[in-house]
Design a binder for this molecule. Structure first.
Ligand SMILES: [Zn+2]
Length: 83
């Protein structure tokens, strides 16, 4: 039955096979499994992208902090020389 299944990204589909294409043939349990695998793969891809983004972001933050620390260190050295 159309509308007995809902996917966050693909929208409404059939509950019997998780097909989100309204006019497609019913692919039964095999289609359901394939749809599930597609979803798992897609979620993994999204997760990987998020993790990669977080890694790049934290690396950038780390570099910025290191640079700031060096500047502070340098400023301290200069101020001790001036005394
Ligand atoms: Zn079906």
């Amino acid at each position: 039955m159309w509308g007995s299944y809902y996917n966050d990204l693909l929208g409404w589909g059939f509950g019997c096979c998780h097909t989100t294409t309204k006019n497609s043939m019913c692919s039964g349990e095999k289609g359901k499994k394939e749809a599930l695998m597609r979803e798992v793969r897609r979620n993994r891809k999204i997760l990987n992208n998020i993790l990669r983004f977080k890694l790049v972001f934290s690396l950038k933050k780390y570099k910025e902090k290191k640079k700031r620390d060096e500047e502070i260190k340098k400023a301290k050295e200069i101020s001790t020389l001036e005394k």
